[in-house]
Design a protein around this ligand. Structure first.
Ligand code: IDP
Ligand code: MG
Length: 151
Protein backbone atom coordinates (compact mmCIF):
# COMPACT_ATOMS: atom_id res chain seq x y z
CA UNK A 1 0.00 0.00 0.00
CA UNK A 2 1.50 3.32 -1.05
CA UNK A 3 1.44 6.48 0.99
CA UNK A 4 1.59 10.10 -0.10
CA UNK A 5 1.94 13.33 1.75
CA UNK A 6 -0.79 15.79 0.76
CA UNK A 7 -0.71 19.43 1.76
CA UNK A 8 -3.54 21.86 1.30
CA UNK A 9 -1.30 24.88 0.92
CA UNK A 10 -2.05 28.29 2.51
CA UNK A 11 -4.11 29.48 -0.48
CA UNK A 12 -6.34 26.39 -0.27
CA UNK A 13 -6.83 26.92 3.47
CA UNK A 14 -7.52 30.66 3.10
CA UNK A 15 -9.98 29.98 0.30
CA UNK A 16 -11.85 27.45 2.45
CA UNK A 17 -11.11 24.55 0.09
CA UNK A 18 -9.85 22.06 2.71
CA UNK A 19 -13.16 20.19 2.80
CA UNK A 20 -13.49 20.14 -1.00
CA UNK A 21 -9.99 18.71 -1.40
CA UNK A 22 -10.49 16.07 1.32
CA UNK A 23 -13.86 15.14 -0.24
CA UNK A 24 -12.28 14.54 -3.65
CA UNK A 25 -9.60 12.25 -2.17
CA UNK A 26 -12.18 10.38 -0.07
CA UNK A 27 -14.48 9.91 -3.05
CA UNK A 28 -11.56 8.59 -5.08
CA UNK A 29 -11.36 5.76 -2.53
CA UNK A 30 -8.11 6.79 -0.89
CA UNK A 31 -7.79 6.19 2.84
CA UNK A 32 -6.71 8.83 5.33
CA UNK A 33 -3.83 7.78 7.59
CA UNK A 34 -3.01 11.05 9.34
CA UNK A 35 -3.91 14.74 9.40
CA UNK A 36 -2.88 17.90 11.17
CA UNK A 37 -3.62 21.57 10.74
CA UNK A 38 -0.41 23.48 11.31
CA UNK A 39 1.73 26.52 10.75
CA UNK A 40 4.85 25.42 8.81
CA UNK A 41 8.22 26.58 10.16
CA UNK A 42 10.86 27.94 7.80
CA UNK A 43 13.10 24.99 8.75
CA UNK A 44 10.45 22.42 7.73
CA UNK A 45 9.65 24.35 4.54
CA UNK A 46 13.34 24.41 3.58
CA UNK A 47 13.75 20.69 4.24
CA UNK A 48 10.55 19.79 2.39
CA UNK A 49 11.53 21.86 -0.66
CA UNK A 50 15.30 21.12 -0.52
CA UNK A 51 15.25 19.78 -4.12
CA UNK A 52 14.22 23.24 -5.35
CA UNK A 53 16.97 25.15 -3.53
CA UNK A 54 18.75 27.53 -5.93
CA UNK A 55 15.82 27.79 -8.36
CA UNK A 56 14.46 31.28 -9.07
CA UNK A 57 11.12 30.53 -7.39
CA UNK A 58 12.63 28.92 -4.26
CA UNK A 59 12.46 31.91 -1.89
CA UNK A 60 8.91 32.70 -2.97
CA UNK A 61 7.97 29.05 -2.50
CA UNK A 62 9.23 28.97 1.10
CA UNK A 63 7.42 32.28 1.78
CA UNK A 64 4.22 30.89 0.22
CA UNK A 65 4.14 27.65 2.22
CA UNK A 66 4.91 29.46 5.51
CA UNK A 67 2.53 32.41 4.88
CA UNK A 68 -0.50 30.88 6.66
CA UNK A 69 -1.51 27.47 8.06
CA UNK A 70 -1.61 24.32 5.94
CA UNK A 71 -3.61 21.10 6.27
CA UNK A 72 -1.02 18.30 6.21
CA UNK A 73 -2.27 14.78 5.53
CA UNK A 74 -1.06 11.27 4.81
CA UNK A 75 -3.27 9.34 2.35
CA UNK A 76 -2.85 5.73 1.34
CA UNK A 77 -4.09 3.21 -1.16
CA UNK A 78 -2.97 1.11 -4.11
CA UNK A 79 -1.09 3.38 -6.54
CA UNK A 80 -1.88 6.24 -4.17
CA UNK A 81 0.96 8.45 -5.42
CA UNK A 82 -0.07 8.36 -9.09
CA UNK A 83 -3.77 8.55 -8.24
CA UNK A 84 -3.34 11.60 -6.02
CA UNK A 85 -1.12 13.46 -8.47
CA UNK A 86 -3.73 12.80 -11.14
CA UNK A 87 -6.45 14.22 -8.89
CA UNK A 88 -4.28 17.29 -8.17
CA UNK A 89 -3.42 17.92 -11.84
CA UNK A 90 -0.29 19.32 -13.47
CA UNK A 91 1.89 21.74 -11.49
CA UNK A 92 0.79 24.71 -13.64
CA UNK A 93 -2.97 25.18 -13.30
CA UNK A 94 -3.29 26.26 -16.94
CA UNK A 95 -1.77 22.92 -17.97
CA UNK A 96 -3.87 20.87 -15.52
CA UNK A 97 -6.69 18.79 -16.99
CA UNK A 98 -10.28 19.92 -16.43
CA UNK A 99 -11.73 18.15 -13.42
CA UNK A 100 -8.48 18.28 -11.47
CA UNK A 101 -8.12 20.43 -8.36
CA UNK A 102 -5.46 22.71 -9.83
CA UNK A 103 -7.54 23.26 -12.97
CA UNK A 104 -10.82 23.71 -11.18
CA UNK A 105 -9.59 26.12 -8.51
CA UNK A 106 -6.29 27.59 -9.72
CA UNK A 107 -4.70 29.97 -12.20
CA UNK A 108 -1.05 30.43 -11.22
CA UNK A 109 1.78 27.98 -10.49
CA UNK A 110 2.73 29.93 -7.37
CA UNK A 111 -0.83 29.51 -6.02
CA UNK A 112 -1.56 25.93 -7.04
CA UNK A 113 -3.35 24.90 -3.85
CA UNK A 114 -1.84 21.52 -3.05
CA UNK A 115 1.28 19.45 -2.67
CA UNK A 116 1.43 15.71 -3.34
CA UNK A 117 4.42 13.37 -3.26
CA UNK A 118 5.88 12.65 -6.71
CA UNK A 119 7.09 9.05 -6.29
CA UNK A 120 6.38 6.19 -3.85
CA UNK A 121 9.83 6.68 -2.22
CA UNK A 122 9.15 10.40 -1.89
CA UNK A 123 5.82 9.57 -0.27
CA UNK A 124 7.52 7.49 2.42
CA UNK A 125 10.18 10.14 3.02
CA UNK A 126 7.74 13.06 3.11
CA UNK A 127 5.22 11.30 5.38
CA UNK A 128 8.10 10.56 7.79
CA UNK A 129 9.27 14.18 7.59
CA UNK A 130 5.83 15.65 8.39
CA UNK A 131 4.43 13.03 10.80
CA UNK A 132 5.73 11.24 13.87
CA UNK A 133 4.98 7.49 13.86
CA UNK A 134 2.36 7.93 16.61
CA UNK A 135 0.50 10.54 14.54
CA UNK A 136 -0.26 7.97 11.83
CA UNK A 137 -3.18 5.59 12.15
CA UNK A 138 -3.09 2.05 10.78
CA UNK A 139 -6.68 0.93 10.30
CA UNK A 140 -9.06 -1.17 8.26
CA UNK A 141 -11.94 0.68 6.69
CA UNK A 142 -15.20 -1.20 6.28
CA UNK A 143 -15.46 -0.24 2.60
CA UNK A 144 -11.86 -1.27 1.77
CA UNK A 145 -12.92 -4.52 0.08
CA UNK A 146 -15.18 -2.52 -2.26
CA UNK A 147 -12.34 -0.17 -3.25
CA UNK A 148 -9.13 -2.21 -2.97
CA UNK A 149 -9.27 -5.22 -5.30
CA UNK A 150 -6.88 -7.37 -3.26
CA UNK A 151 -8.72 -6.94 0.07
P1 IDP B 1 4.65 19.79 -7.84
O1 IDP B 1 4.09 20.54 -6.64
O2 IDP B 1 3.60 19.56 -8.89
O3 IDP B 1 5.36 18.52 -7.45
P2 IDP B 1 7.30 20.95 -8.30
O4 IDP B 1 7.95 21.08 -9.62
O5 IDP B 1 7.84 19.94 -7.33
O6 IDP B 1 5.73 20.74 -8.55
O7 IDP B 1 7.36 22.40 -7.62
C1 IDP B 1 7.00 22.57 -6.26
C2 IDP B 1 6.12 23.78 -6.11
O8 IDP B 1 6.89 24.94 -6.46
C3 IDP B 1 4.93 23.84 -7.09
O9 IDP B 1 3.80 23.12 -6.61
C4 IDP B 1 4.66 25.32 -7.15
O10 IDP B 1 3.93 25.78 -6.00
C5 IDP B 1 6.07 25.90 -7.06
N1 IDP B 1 6.62 26.21 -8.39
C6 IDP B 1 7.10 25.32 -9.30
N2 IDP B 1 7.52 25.95 -10.41
C7 IDP B 1 7.30 27.27 -10.19
C8 IDP B 1 7.52 28.46 -10.97
O11 IDP B 1 8.00 28.41 -12.11
N3 IDP B 1 7.14 29.64 -10.39
C9 IDP B 1 6.59 29.72 -9.14
N4 IDP B 1 6.38 28.64 -8.38
C10 IDP B 1 6.71 27.43 -8.90
MG1 MG C 1 7.14 18.24 -6.41
Amino acid sequence: MERSLVLVKPDGVQRALVGEIIARLERRGLRLAGAKFMQVSTALAEEHYAEHQGKPFYNGLVEYITSAPVMAMAWEGPNAVAAIRQTMGATRPTEAAPGTIRHDFGLEVGRNLTHASDKPETGEREVALWFKAEELVSWNRDIDKWVFEGK
